[in-house]
Design a protein around this ligand. Structure first.
Ligand SMILES: [Zn+2]
Length: 290
């Protein structure tokens, strides 16, 4: 957990700090649907880093063209930080570090934020859990997606949407990597249980006056909004025909090329926070047969 989310949001050039609101009745019902979801009887296969990276890169390259990103590499000389490289690189060349973390679903892009410059954010490396499995590719894709958005002011306008495309592409990759949908089931078990706990946390604490708890809830709320919207778009993708799938990927490319905002993309598919809280849609998806 980063020290102060409200501050981070401002540094990251979002105009507003989103409000923390108690969950709707519909959301509580979604949480209970997830609660009844059976634990998958499959385990994530361990994987080598090389394979993890390859899977994500092949998946992304099949559908999208990633743009170069601002990159900075530093080193220390007599305790003084010096810059070794400062320029643009392809996101696939961004260093990947394994960190000790038992949560195989862990990923993080390490960024540096500058003040009063146009290039206000640069990437340093991507972190993945050292517990590498086939799920790690989904985390890598998640972080690579962030690199297409985080440094570009105004491409994501609402902080509540920052996780939306990262989670959506995780879903598509999980679906397309294994035909029997076993990876999708593993993914849903992780992602939807996280969604469930953020709903429960919000239900418990949304009306608190404790500022520290409020800070934690701001981040939880962003995951909540983004996850719901990502699943809503994924339902359109999952049940859609070839043309629909193509259209979705086309608009994501437009976002990556900074010609369309994330909010503009949501509008194209008529996705809002309100209409992504649909327990019938979630129920139909969870009970699907394939
Ligand atoms: Zn993320």
């Amino acid at each position: 957990m980063e020290h102060n989310i409200s501050e981070q949001i401002k540094f990251r050039r979002f105009k507003e700090i989103p409000a923390v609101i108690p969950p709707s009745k519909e959301l509580i019902m979604i949480a209970s649907l997830i609660d009844k979801m059976p634990e998958p009887n499959i385990e994530a296969h361990p994987e080598k880093l090389k394979q993890v990276l390859k899977t994500s890169r092949e998946f992304l390259s099949k559908y999208l063209t990633l743009n170069p990103i601002p990159y900075v590499k530093e080193y220390k000389l007599f305790n003084v930080t010096k810059i070794e490289i400062n320029g643009y690189i392809h996101p696939f060349n961004l260093p990947v570090k394994k960190v000790k973390n038992n949560d195989m679903f862990y990923g993080c892009s390490n960024e540096i934020i500058y003040f009063n410059t146009t290039d206000f954010l640069k990437y340093r490396w991507i972190e993945l859990s050292s517990n590498l499995t086939e799920v790690s590719s989904l985390s890598y894709t998640h972080e690579l997606t962030h690199t297409q958005l985080n440094h570009f002011e105004g491409i994501v306008n609402d902080y509540n949407n920052v996780e939306f495309l990262s989670i959506f592409l995780e879903l598509v990759q999980a679906l397309e990597t294994k035909e029997d949908e076993s990876l999708l089931i593993l993914h849903d078990n992780l992602r939807l249980r996280e969604l469930q706990s953020s709903i429960i946390e919000l239900d418990k604490y949304a009306t608190t006056y404790d500022d520290k708890i409020k800070e934690v809830l701001i981040e939880g709320t962003s995951y909540l909004h983004s996850t719901l919207k990502a699943y809503q778009l994924f339902f359109i993708y999952y049940y859609g025909n070839k043309e629909t799938k193509y259209k979705i990927m086309h608009y994501i490319q437009e976002v990556f090329n900074h010609r369309l905002t994330v909010e503009g993309l949501l509008k194209k598919f008529n996705i809002t926070f309100t209409n992504s809280q649909n327990k019938d849609d979630m129920n139909m998806y969870l009970k699907r047969r394939f």
